[in-house]
Design a binder for this molecule. Sequence first.
Ligand code: FAD
Length: 405
Amino acid sequence: MTRVAIVGGGLGGLAAAAFLHQAGVPAVVYEQARELREVGAGIMVAPNAARMLRRLGVLGAFSQRAVQLGTGWEFRRWQDGTVLSAQDLTAKSARLYGEHTYTVHRADLLDVIKGAVPTDAVRLGKRLDDFSVSEAGVRLSFADGQRAEADVLIGADGIHSTIRAALTEPVPPTHSGMSAFRALVPAAAAPEFARRPAQAVWLGPGRHVVHYPVSGGELINMVAVTPAGDYVTESWTATATVAEFLAEFESWDDRLTSLIKAASTPGRWALLIRQPLPRWTWGPVTLLGDAAHPMLPFLGQGAAQAFEDAAVLASCLADGPADPGQALAALRVAAHRPREPRPAGQPRPRRLQPPARRPGAAGEGRGTPSRRPAGRQRVDVRPRSRQPELTRPGVSVCETRRLLT
Ligand SMILES: Cc1cc2nc3c(=O)[nH]c(=O)nc-3n(C[C@H](O)[C@H](O)[C@H](O)COP(=O)(O)OP(=O)(O)OC[C@H]3O[C@@H](n4cnc5c(N)ncnc54)[C@H](O)[C@@H]3O)c2cc1C
């Protein structure tokens, strides 16, 4: 039986463990923190991510704690809140994409996925320091002096991945010139417009603010993208002050500034750009999620892509347990499934990385004006019924791979 070690117990690593256990492949997660927790407040769960949660059997538990959006991409003018355009997601999301669109607190999402992973498959307080690969497999060394062995190593250790750093040439990220403030507001302190099951995007000169309810509607999550200046810290735990947040939006509509004033201590994250890696797999070692393909947040797809990575990886390892190297090679084939028009040889998240860098990219669906310069690559926003047969709900990734190989 293939022994799988997953380094990183974030959304991607835990999803990988859950899919592997569901496929009958034992996997152990090694997480550096002493407890499993998510910081950074809210997250949008797009239909492709919700589909993965359904496959894990946790969509029911998830939807108890999430908010199902009735309205999405509600673009508002910065000075007066005029609605420029909006998408009615009540029935459309499920009709077009097979699932609803949700918003959720990250801690709730992590908790729900954790429910699909056996408790003894998670080892906490294990920071990977080093690893080596030999004929016998992979040897992991942790900061506490302990060691572990496995046949396959999955690096789900996030944007500052130790495993990626060991396998690739260091390429310093470039500055996008933008940063993201993130904050939560208790719903009781928020104006009525922010409490609706709606994702609103306020657009103004050089800045935008996204807000939506999370935690079953008890909290409102805000993400505001502003010029970064000389701010370069890229961390889930770095904080700012409400005054700094407010200063960015001084002359905006009063309703929006009142929401900012009610916020708890904001987080601040510098948005840095990393070029797509040419490969994610080296022998029995592979990368997943932000370790493989970190994206800027404008498509709201980073975690969704990590879930898809996890599902494909588990199906490949379940198919070829005798030869993990070959199973991971199959992973590269599966990642090339024809989900949307693509340049030859580029797997999907690598294709999503460039469009995910553009503010407002997520709003470039039907019914909203496109800001895409001529000749730029397009994300497939066609209704599912008009996408290739292989991507329809009900066709599993494993079947997809078989059809391709
Ligand atoms: C402002 C913002 C908004 C976003 N909004 C969305 C959204 O709406 N929808 C969406 O789908 N995505 C969104 N994303 C992206 C999403 O948050 C990430 O893509 C996702 O969290 C990546 O998950 P991961 O498991 O790959 O990495 P992480 O969540 O970073 O997890 C990595 C884990 O590895 C552990 N680790 C690190 N190093 C070691 C080590 N050496 N040893 C052991 N453990 C280690 C860490 O402690 C951590 O638990 C957003 C991102 C940002 C910045």
